[in-house]
Design a protein around this ligand. Structure first.
Ligand code: GYE
Length: 379
């Protein structure tokens, strides 16, 4: 086994890697923080990270049995992302025999490719990637393969290379299909005859965006709904708010559904609608659909501000650790692991949805009515 390559990772290399990705090994910043606070935090965290990396390298050398893992994380754009980072950092820990080199790529695809190349140069034992976008991976994954470094992909998918050993994540198309199936049942139940929908999509070209858009669009087509517009909010609260502010200039009074492709976008869109005096949610004129079902998202479902929230489970750290352990033991690993994900709703009348999922199978799935206990159990 390639051993303790972290020893080769000098503080200088670590700094340049961190600078390239504008990040640190510190926990991701909360999305609502100001730019100034973020910059300060990033600088302090980067200094701390270099120290940590150097110390970890020394330890690894002394012990000689630490598994070195490089993790190229998307960024720190959402509550979901913070939970994902925490999950991976908790599982791939020193206590579990892992020297984790964490890089927050700040939603910059070029920086993410560079981070992976740096991991290859360092000769880490494993590389974990949550790919910002689904394409552009063929060359760098071939380089990792040539270097004999197994790559594990989590969350979003890579669609233009198969040079990775395993993937753990969600079926994003099913999330979009479930949202469409719920909306179809909901408007039928409420006697709403026309759907005029606005979509605030996630980061363009990410598999999470592509899947959620494609799934929902199947219902737009089959139900002949009007999709008035679809623009990206980049999975951030600020993005969601800006897109909704601009939608309100063009479509005020003309839409009755907004589909936000994550909770943070929904928070921004809600703020914009509130400011404009547009009523939304269970008692309002605009039905709000969201994805992720983080704690703050489910709080808004409980409050009736979000009508339905389709969970995407970010807790992939334990599966990731399991895969590494199996590979270490020379065991086979599953090519794909899907996370279990419930669908959450604010009202208790509809209890299930039936739809044809992305594998062409007709499925009936429960709708979980949100109460305080559900919120308390969320991530
Ligand atoms: O929905 C969003 C995050 O890739 C599934 O990325 C993830 C998405 C998640 O920023 O909140």
């Amino acid at each position: 086994m390639r051993k303790a390559l972290s020893v080769l990772l000098t503080a200088a290399m670590a700094s340049s890697l961190l600078a390239a990705c504008g990040s640190s090994s510190a926990p991701a910043a909360a999305p609502a923080e100001t730019k100034a606070a973020e910059t300060q935090a990033t600088t302090a965290a980067a200094t701390e990270a270099v120290k940590e990396v150097t110390e970890a390298a020394k330890e690894a050398e002394a012990k000689g049995d630490t598994i070195t893992v490089g993790f190229a994380q998307v960024g720190h754009e959402s509550d979901w992302r913070t939970a994902s980072t925490n999950s991976v950092q908790a599982a791939l820990s020193k206590e579990n025999g892992i020297d984790l080199q964490f890089v927050d790529c700040d939603n910059d695809s070029a920086a993410q490719l560079e981070a992976v190349r740096n991991f290859i140069q360092q000769g880490v034992d494993y590389i974990v990637i949550d790919p910002i976008v689904s394409t552009g991976w063929d060359t760098v994954l071939t380089e990792a393969d040539d270097a004999g470094i197994p790559v594990i992909v989590i969350d979003r998918t890579i669609d233009d290379s198969d040079k990775y050993v395993s993937w753990v994540g969600s079926e994003f198309t099913n999330e979009g299909l479930a949202a469409g199936a719920w909306l179809k049942a909901y408007v039928a139940d409420k006697g709403i005859s026309e759907v005029n929908a606005l979509v605030i999509s996630g980061t363009t070209g990410s598999s999470a965006q592509i899947g959620r858009s494609n799934g929902f669009d199947k219902f737009v087509e089959s139900e002949k709904w009007n999709k008035l517009d679809e623009q990206t909010g980049d999975f951030t609260q600020e993005g969601g708010q800006k897109v909704m502010e601009s939608y309100l200039k063009s479509y005020n009074g003309k839409f009755n559904v907004v589909v936000c492709q994550n909770d943070n976008e929904a928070f921004g869109a809600i703020d914009a609608m509130k400011a404009a005096g547009v009523s939304y949610g269970v008692d309002g004129d605009v039905i709000v659909i969201s994805f992720d079902a983080c704690t703050a998202g489910l709080q808004k479902v409980l409050a009736g501000e979000i009508n339905a929230d389709f969970q995407c489970n970010p807790l992939q750290g334990p599966d990731c650790l399991n895969i590494i352990k199996k590979l270490q033991a020379g065991e086979k690993v599953d090519q794909k692991t899907f996370m279990a994900e419930p669908w959450y709703v604010a009202e208790d009348k509809l209890t299930e949805i039936t739809y044809t999922n992305n594998s062409g199978k007709e499925v009936t799935e429960p709708l979980v009515h949100v109460d305080q206990a559900v919120v308390d159990a969320a991530y």
